[in-house]
Design a protein around this ligand. Structure first.
Ligand SMILES: [Zn+2]
Length: 85
């Protein structure tokens, strides 16, 4: 019963799509000025944003992630797939 909406989502940078985003904790949330007090900041490209992108953790975890997943799937025996009824 895998519900796509129930996947484990991670926060990703809307600029460079890495997961290297950090939530900032403004001491005075009410003292925003000129929109420069974004809640999130990317430690990879330094982009600032209020809302990060959300994507499945397994979507893109870095270079080689795709091939690793392919290798993992290739190891699965057809009898093990969908046989848990
Ligand atoms: Zn970024």
């Amino acid at each position: 019963m895998a519900d796509p909406s129930d996947e484990d989502l991670i926060e990703a940078c809307p600029e460079c799509d890495t997961a290297a985003v950090r939530a900032r904790h403004p001491e005075k949330p009410s003292s925003r000025r000129n929109g420069s007090d974004a809640r999130y900041r990317c430690s990879h490209c330094q982009a600032r944003f209020d809302e990060p992108n959300f994507r499945p953790r397994k979507g893109n975890t870095g270079p080689g992630a795709g091939s690793a997943l392919t290798a993992k799937l290739a190891k699965l025996d057809p009898e093990d797939v969908g046989g848990a009824d």
